[in-house]
Design a protein around this ligand. Structure first.
Ligand code: ADP
Length: 363
């Protein structure tokens, strides 16, 4: 309905023009509105502010949201305030410097995939648990704001507590520290966010969490290679990236795009993990190479990235994930536990430990 959309655009501009800022300008002409989208009666936008302006802009944000909601044809209006660089909270820091909120973390590693549904979150959680079993202090930041699944995978409930300096305390499960958008906002809220809003939400999430000292922080990236993913890869001090792919997708353009994205911002690719490779029959235990054998390894070599290993498609893994008890926690010494541990070792082997800080304590 192009005509009614054009009218709605005008109405939105009208609302933004009617809101006066403390400096006398209107919101519409201030250049502070970002990520404005409207589709099917749903409007979302962010207002860019500096952290000190948050209190002053809160009523203004409400006014904009109310004004937009009242427009003809609008079913929902999501308006958020985003501060590009949150002020470093005044807290007695662990010992890291105040400017880098992740300074107490030796290695920040992105876990990415070219598209959704390949098992990226499942891999992140089990890989993290394998790293814990190797004696490392590990955290997971679920930055997959479009489909945050960490709370389900780890069986987390409730909201994170607030610590000193208004920092959020990460939740704890199975020896891991964990934080997820899914613990903070309703899933529908994040679904309508656009690139810049996603980015600033993730940036705040990173900066406002009391991670403390960690050997490894795994960042479960939003799937894909759009602007938000690129900005996240660029804006985070990443020691490397791991790409999760199913065997049949490995040769596809999505995976290559993911690899190209990290290379573009000089983040080393630590390797590819092939997920759902062989099918393990729950009845007889036999394995079936549905997508053929060895193809993923050869493809990784062809693309020029290390191959970290393959995780089979099994009922036990899926059932454990759904129950909020990841398979590595449930059965650390079982066949899947060993597979993830081998992958974790291979991944650590690819890190430049010299450059990034003291060596992890390996057992
Ligand atoms: P993504 O994060 O890529 O969207 P998920 O980790 O949420 O994917 O996995 C999607 C679904 O596939 C989940 O139901 C998960 O339990 C299941 N799954 C992932 N990996 C495996 C595997 N190796 N074997 C069986 N099921 C798996």
């Amino acid at each position: 309905m192009p005509v009614s959309n054009r009218n709605l655009d005008d109405d939105i501009s009208g609302v933004l023009a009617a809101v006066a800022l403390p400096d006398g300008r209107t919101l519409g002409s201030s250049g502070r509105v970002a990520g404005l989208t409207q589709s099917g009666g749903k409007i979302s936008l962010s207002i860019q502010i500096s952290p000190e302006e948050a209190a002053a802009f809160a009523p203004l944000r409400e006014k904009v949201a109310t004004g937009l909601s009242a427009l003809d044809g609008v079913t929902s209006a999501v308006v958020v305030l985003t501060a590009e660089r949150p002020a470093p909270p005044k807290l007695v820091a662990d010992k890291p410097t105040k400017t880098d909120p992740l300074a107490g973390i030796h290695h920040v590693i992105a876990v990415a995939s070219g598209k959704g549904g390949v098992g990226k979150s499942t891999t992140t959680v089990n890989l993290a648990l394998a790293l814990v079993s190797l004696g490392l202090r590990v955290g997971i930041l679920d930055a997959d704001v479009y489909g945050p699944s960490l709370p389900t995978l780890l069986g987390l409930h409730g909201k994170p507590a607030m610590g000193e300096g208004r920092k959020l305390r990460p939740m704890q499960a199975y020896g891991l520290k964990a934080m997820s958008m899914g613990l903070l906002v309703e899933p529908e809220t994040a679904m309508v966010w656009r690139g810049p809003m996603v980015m600033s939400a993730i940036t705040q999430l990173m900066a406002d969490v009391e991670w403390g000292a960690l050997d490894v922080l795994l960042v479960d990236m939003p799937p894909g290679t759009g602007d938000a993913q690129l900005a996240l890869a660029q804006g985070t001090r990443l020691a490397g990236a791991v790409i999760v792919s199913t065997p049949q997708d490995l040769s596809l353009i999505d995976v290559r795009r993911g690899i190209a994205m990290f290379r573009k911002v000089d983040v080393p690719i630590l390797g590819v993990i092939e997920n759902m490779s062989q099918f393990i029959c729950p009845d007889c235990g036999s394995s079936h190479a549905i997508f053929g054998d060895g193809g993923a390894k050869a493809e990784a070599a062809r693309i020029g990235v290390p191959y970290l290993g393959a995780v089979p498609l099994t009922m036990a893994l899926r059932a454990a994930s759904d129950a909020g008890q990841p398979i590595v926690a449930r059965d650390p010494d079982g066949p899947l536990g060993r597979i993830y541990t081998d992958i974790a070792r291979a991944m650590l082997g690819g890190l430049d430990l010299q450059k990034a800080g003291p060596s992890p304590r390996m057992i």
